[in-house]
Design a protein around this ligand. Sequence first.
Ligand code: NI
Ligand code: MN
Length: 227
Amino acid sequence: MATITWLSHASWLIETGESKIILDPFLSDNPTATIKAEDLVGVTDILISHGHFDHIADAAVIANKNGATITAIFEIAQWFADKHKVESTVGMNIGGAAQTAWGTVKMTPALHSSQLPDGSYGGEPAGFLLNIEGKRIYFACDTAIFSDMKLYAMGVDVAVLPIGDLFTMGIDDSVAATKMLGPARVVPSHYNTWPPIEQDAQLWADQISQQTSAKPVILPVGGSFEL
Ligand code: NI
Ligand code: MN
């Protein structure tokens, strides 16, 4: 059984077996996070979707303190190794999959941008399709809606989709993406961190319930669900 916890914004904690995986850690300078990067112990893996600060801010600190492996697109993995002395990195690329101690991670396309904070080229932005204990969970990460999503993530057990708008898809496109993917459950992400991406999650959930067959799962910051 895997437990998935929303750490706020686009930061997620996945606990399965002996593994503790953080996706897109942005905690210490995040106005809505309830834990700081230094509070995290026993982290084994960090997944990074793209180079923007609100997805990588605490990755190097967590990796170096916990001895965690950073998995990201090749350019970002290299950047953490070169610029932040992260010892264990796995560089991959869109469409590729990697076997890990805790399951399979496949890197999926995302329609977004991806410059690193120091201006370095961050490769292409990505999402992740994880297969954990036979269950599939799709983290679309920062992206617009695009029809190729269904080539990767049709019929997943859980889809985690952004709803904040402005930088990513908003409520309407998130509902449309859910219609297209047909997940059993859908979970909102990347919203309510700052005023420009404030959203009414209940409004989103009502539309999901009315227009799709998926079950919407709204989490409070720090809230969890079982995969
Ligand atoms: Ni971004
Ligand atoms: Mn973002």
